[in-house]
Write a protein that binds this ligand. Structure first.
Ligand SMILES: [Zn+2]
Ligand SMILES: [Zn+2]
Length: 264
């Protein structure tokens, strides 16, 4: 299987990095894609990808960091994005949820930074890995407006949540959909109206990719603890259960999808 979205560049992994990578491999995770959220963590993702054969990098500015950028951020990001083993621009997008650790960044600034990175991805021929929280309609509107600069395999919406309408629009635009460990949680997340199981049921298997968002969103029974790439297997098992297909088929299809999107 592939973990298409995790943050192993965060400090919480520093002490047992090699062990964690080994554990993932032994569990059946062939490829791990590590995602930056700022210039600093994007650079770290590139450095880690250079050190480990099965590790790739995605680089970009998360909407939470959109208001903390210096004037020359575009030049710096563009340079990082041209490094070896960079497979997409992400996580980029919009976030309208107010977190304890992060208030809502001015949506105008978020939008500008998102659109700038869509254009940059176009110039570098990279697909997109999109972050969306409570901003699905605006994201779809922006993607539609940029349809002519999206690659043929445009990328994916990571850690998907939202309405069936947003899901259908994303699929119509050619995007894949990422599901995480929170698909094992009971009930709806705050502000959501459709369960992740229902969203998964409405996504064809040839459009689903698996991810952990580690260190966040540990699946049951590890909920509350540190997440890590080996747990992507649990998400795969849950998807198999929801779609009433074998775990092996989920593994084969989602791995194929990830390799197609990211050209691995
Ligand atoms: Zn995200
Ligand atoms: Zn993330």
């Amino acid at each position: 299987m592939v973990d298409v979205h995790c943050h192993l560049n965060f400090k919480v992994f520093d002490n047992d990095f090699d062990g964690m990578i080994k554990k993932a491999k032994e569990a059946g995770v062939s490829t791990i894609i590590n995602v930056g959220t700022s210039l600093e963590t994007s650079l770290k993702a590139v450095e880690l990808a250079a050190k480990y054969k099965n590790l790739y990098a995605i680089v970009g500015i998360h909407p939470h960091h959109a208001d903390k950028l210096e004037e020359d951020w575009q030049d710096k990001l563009k340079k990082i994005a041209q490094s070896q083993k960079v497979v997409a621009m992400g996580e980029i997008g919009l976030d309208y949820y107010s977190y304890q650790s992060n208030g809502i960044v001015d949506p105008k600034i978020q939008r500008k930074v998102f659109e700038t990175q869509i254009q940059m991805a176009h110039e570098l021929s990279l697909p997109l890995q999109i972050h969306n929280r409570h901003a699905g309609e605006d994201i779809i509107e922006i993607l539609k407006a940029h349809k002519n600069v999206l690659p043929k395999a445009p990328g994916m919406l990571h850690c998907f949540a939202g309405s069936l309408d947003v899901l259908r629009s994303a699929l119509n635009l050619g995007f894949c959909i990422g599901f995480d460990g929170n698909i094992t949680y009971k009930g709806l997340a705050p502000g959501e109206t459709v369960s992740l199981s229902d969203l998964c049921r409405n996504t064809p298997i040839d459009r689903i990719v698996t991810e952990t968002d580690a260190p966040f969103l540990s699946p049951e029974p590890h909920r509350g603890g540190r997440n890590e790439p080996s747990y992507v297997i649990i998400t795969g098992a849950k998807i198999a259960e929801i779609k009433a297909i074998s775990q092996n088929e989920v593994d084969l299809k989602t791995t194929e999808n990830a390799k197609r999107i990211f050209n691995i």
